[in-house]
Design a protein around this ligand. Structure first.
Ligand code: 4FM
Length: 255
């Protein structure tokens, strides 16, 4: 166990009405391994534990009428206060109205010591909770899911990958899609021919310089053809800019 300090680098706490939803995260894969190593900690906080009535009701009808229910501010406020072990702790609310989550936000949040996540349902949570306690409103995309839980799982996993030691080789995080704002190059493994399709010759050449250049070029081809919007934000190196001009030139000749 390499985390000799035994103190988790990032503490994740999730306020939810479905704590069991998160159990698989601690049983499978990269996140589970990091948790067992003590690199990160993970805790669910059951919103119902902060209710007073016999029905343990966490939601109520919206003022002004209309459909759906709203998470009541009192239990939620108590849960947040309990979850935050210090004032610097950042509170993240998963909502379709949030800033769309990306690798930059993941990297930024991975620098925090403690993060509290609020999973909403129904029509959302009382706005006063957002105004008083929420630091980040985050969305996983422009669609609505039935509850914030799957969104919290996505965001927490992506943040954890940026915590030192969570991914075995930090190199694979650095080389991943999006780390430099570009999509990844295509990957191949054995067999050399599959359904009549051969692996690109360059990958079998053993010429590491050529392979490196091909991969750099393919990252740009992938991004240009699938997600041109990413190229506008990406900070390209001189080499990448030159390659991109060449690629565009080649594509122009083809059409
Ligand atoms: C749906 C929360 C409606 C609040 C939800 C309201 C979601 C998303 C999401 C459930 N979370 N990205 N998209 N949450 O749909 O993060 Cl009002």
């Amino acid at each position: 166990m390499e985390n000799i300090e035994k103190k988790p680098i990032v503490k994740f706490k999730v306020i939810t009405i479905f704590p069991d939803f998160f159990k698989p995260m601690l049983e499978y894969g990269v996140f589970s391994r990091a948790y067992k190593k003590g690199l990160i900690s993970f805790e669910t906080i059951d919103l119902r534990d902060f209710t007073n009535d016999n029905y343990k009701s966490v939601d109520d009808e919206p003022y002004g009428g209309g459909s759906g229910m709203v998470f009541k501010p009192v239990p939620l406020g108590k849960a947040i206060k309990k979850a935050k072990s210090k004032k610097e702790t950042k509170v993240v609310y998963l909502t379709p109205s949030g800033r769309v989550f990306n690798s930059d936000i993941a990297k930024e949040l991975a620098k925090e010591e403690e993060l509290v996540f609020i999973c909403g349902r129904y029509e959302g949570i009382d706005q006063r909770i957002v105004d008083l306690y929420v630091d980040y409103e985050v969305s996983i995309g422009d669609y609505v899911i039935s509850g914030g839980e799957p969104a919290a799982m996505v965001v927490i996993d992506a943040i954890a990958r940026h915590v030192e030691g969570v991914v075995k080789e930090m190199e694979s995080v650095v080389k991943d899609s999006f780390y430099d704002g570009l999509l990844d190059y295509p990957h191949y493994t054995r067999p050399e021919t599959y359904n009549g399709r051969k692996v690109p010759e360059v990958l079998l050449s053993g010429d590491h310089k050529r392979i490196e250049l091909w991969r750099e070029k393919m990252k740009l081809v992938e991004t240009l053809t699938k997600r041109p919007d990413l190229l506008e934000k990406a900070k390209l190196t001189q080499t990448q800019k030159k390659l991109l001009t060449e690629i565009k030139e080649q594509l122009r000749k083809l059409t």
